[in-house]
Design a protein around this ligand. Structure first.
Ligand code: HEC
Ligand code: HEC
Ligand code: HEC
Ligand code: HEC
Ligand code: HEC
Ligand code: HEC
Ligand code: HEC
Length: 335
């Protein structure tokens, strides 16, 4: 495996750190910073190596091995054995880690096995369990061409790294920085670093609520464009927060006062905020201390009005279409 970035340069923006210590410290511990690693350097590496083998149907078996300098997976069926290195690890491990490896100058493979910290083990990569492989090579994962607007591996690298995504002649990817780092959200920083008072960098905090839906939606997927009709029954769509928030009456009727930044500090991990902390955000606009709906129950507002959806266990996304939900119907509010 070729590691294209120096370990010391990973997940840090040493240039900004001296003047913006708080943002740098918070961001360094956030899933954004850790959205992509060379697999051998992933913080959960030690856990990958301890996990049990993964079976696919009755025919295929995968053994993940991190005893050497890099990770590898050994795939077997009744006839054949195949060994592939595990090159890149997508996902901080907040929810899942998916492995991707260059196959040749034209293709990458997204491996069948992803690591799920909640299971302390491997399970099928999202979207792959429904496929019916007819050979060991196909069972090992899904092939992606280098570049394609719909299904290129450049898309994966683009949303999980910072700076341009390029490929060498042999297909090796060349990234600015792995992970979503400062410069993914703050532009024009060179002049700012030289003369902070004279030149201000791009700050998405100055965008409107709708502008933030589009800005964050570059990676988190934007609101539906006019004329298109998303499939609200497709549970995987719930992971696209701007798409859902834009449908909510809270968003539509609050005339630009509700944005991603109302509830999230973009530098900080969500896990740092207890579920009860959102009550205060809701109550900023719904000031009754005891809303009619809550009198009977000590639960948090988000438990009922932003329910968690599980498209595939154990993944979990909060429905950002804030609304009134029927019993057990978490994909779309009643009204
Ligand atoms: C030499 C010190 C220094 C360095 C280095 C520096 N900044 Fe700043 N930055 C400042 C100062 C001073 C301000 C203004 C702070 C204020 O208004 O409270 C600022 C403001 C900002 C703002 C807010 C801009 C606005 O208009 O709201 C952002 C965003 C920012 N910096 C990002 C960065 C990033 C990203 C880096 C690294 C690439 C960086 N800064 C490097 C000193 C620095
Ligand atoms: C360059 C792509 C990109 C942009 C731009 C981006 N994000 Fe993200 N974001 C990601 C990725 C990738 C993850 C998943 C990180 C992981 O767990 O691997 C993520 C995760 C998150 C999380 C979950 C963090 C957690 O603690 O679990 C939040 C919240 C979030 N982003 C909010 C935002 C907001 C708000 C904006 C806009 C200000 C934004 N993001 C812009 C790519 C992006
Ligand atoms: C359009 C931008 C975009 C593309 C393309 C993209 N991702 Fe992501 N990815 C995200 C964002 C945003 C998140 C955070 C989702 C969330 O937690 O809401 C994420 C999360 C993840 C996670 C963490 C687990 C999870 O599902 O939240 C993994 C693993 C992952 N992506 C792998 C990949 C792989 C592999 C590819 C290519 C096959 C890919 N991603 C393509 C934006 C993207
Ligand atoms: C996912 C996008 C994203 C990333 C990555 C990101 N920022 Fe920000 N940053 C924002 C947004 C959005 C705001 C506006 C926050 C607000 O107004 O509430 C902001 C605001 C700031 C500010 C102004 C003061 C403040 O906190 O509001 C500074 C300084 C800053 N960022 C520095 C950094 C540095 C340094 C890094 C890297 C260590 C970084 N940011 C990474 C999105 C991001
Ligand atoms: C920036 C202000 C704002 C914030 C923050 C906000 N809302 Fe709202 N919300 C509104 C407005 C405005 C309406 C529409 C009221 C109307 O139609 O009269 C609304 C409507 C609603 C409705 C009725 C939805 C429907 O479709 O009938 C519910 C339920 C609700 N909000 C719950 C919440 C919860 C829970 C939170 C916190 C997670 C929250 N809101 C945060 C402004 C906000
Ligand atoms: C009204 C408050 C609110 C707003 C506005 C909001 N979020 Fe969230 N977000 C939450 C809550 C609550 C969670 C779940 C927190 C938890 O599980 O502890 C969450 C979780 C997330 C996650 C983690 C994955 C998931 O879906 O659970 C991402 C990514 C995210 N938000 C992105 C965004 C983006 C991007 C925006 C703007 C389009 C946004 N959020 C606007 C409240 C909000
Ligand atoms: C146990 C579930 C539950 C919890 C917790 C909960 N709600 Fe509700 N909420 C509901 C239901 C159900 C309705 C619809 C009530 C109706 O139509 O009579 C509702 C209605 C609402 C409405 C719309 C009222 C209207 O007149 O249309 C708002 C606003 C609202 N809730 C805000 C909140 C806020 C803010 C919190 C947290 C402080 C909260 N809710 C906690 C279940 C809940």
């Amino acid at each position: 495996m070729v590691v294209l970035v120096m370990a010391g340069a990973l997940h840090a923006e040493p240039v900004c750190q001296p003047c913006h210590a708080r943002q740098s410290r918070q961001h360094a511990a956030s899933p954004h910073a850790a959205a992509l690693y060379p697999a051998a350097l992933h913080p959960l590496r030690a856990q990958f190596g301890k996990a049990a083998d993964l079976r696919r149907g009755s025919g295929y078996l995968f053994r993940f091995d991190f005893t050497g300098p890099g990770g590898k997976v050994r795939a077997t069926d009744s006839k054949d054995v195949m060994e592939l290195p595990l090159e890149w690890a997508f996902g901080s491990g907040q929810q899942a880690v998916t492995f991707v490896t260059r196959v040749n100058q034209e293709f990458y493979v997204e491996h069948y096995g992803s690591y799920y910290p909640a299971l302390q083990g491997f399970g099928p990569t999202p979207g792959q369990d429904v496929l019916q492989p007819d050979s060991l090579a196909r069972a090992a994962g899904v092939l992606y061409p280098l570049r394609d607007p719909q299904s290129g591996i450049d898309g994966c690298f683009g949303c999980h790294s910072t700076g341009p995504v390029q490929f060498a002649f042999d297909g090796q990817v060349q990234l600015g920085q792995p992970g979503v780092q400062c410069l993914a959200c703050h532009s024009d920083t060179t002049a700012h670093v030289a003369q902070p008072d004279q030149h201000r960098p791009g700050n998405p905090g100055k965008l409107s609520a709708a502008g933030l839906n589009d800005f964050c939606g570059r990676c988190h997927r934007p609101p539906a464009s006019a004329g298109t009709k998303p499939d609200w029954n497709y549970a995987w769509n719930v992971r696209h927060q701007p798409l859902y928030l834009a449908e909510s009456r809270c968003f539509v009727k609050s005339k630009g006062k509700l944005s991603c930044l109302t509830c999230h500090d973009p530098h900080q991990a969500v896990a740092k905020q207890p579920a009860s902390s959102y009550n205060q955000k809701c109550e900023g606009c719904h000031p009754q201390t005891k809303p009619v709906c809550r009198q009977q129950s000590p639960a948090n507002c988000i438990d009922c009005h932003m329910p968690a959806v599980t498209p595939q266990s154990p993944l979990r996304f909060s429905n950002h279409w804030i609304g009134v939900y029927g019993d057990g119907a978490k994909l779309k509010p009643l009204r």
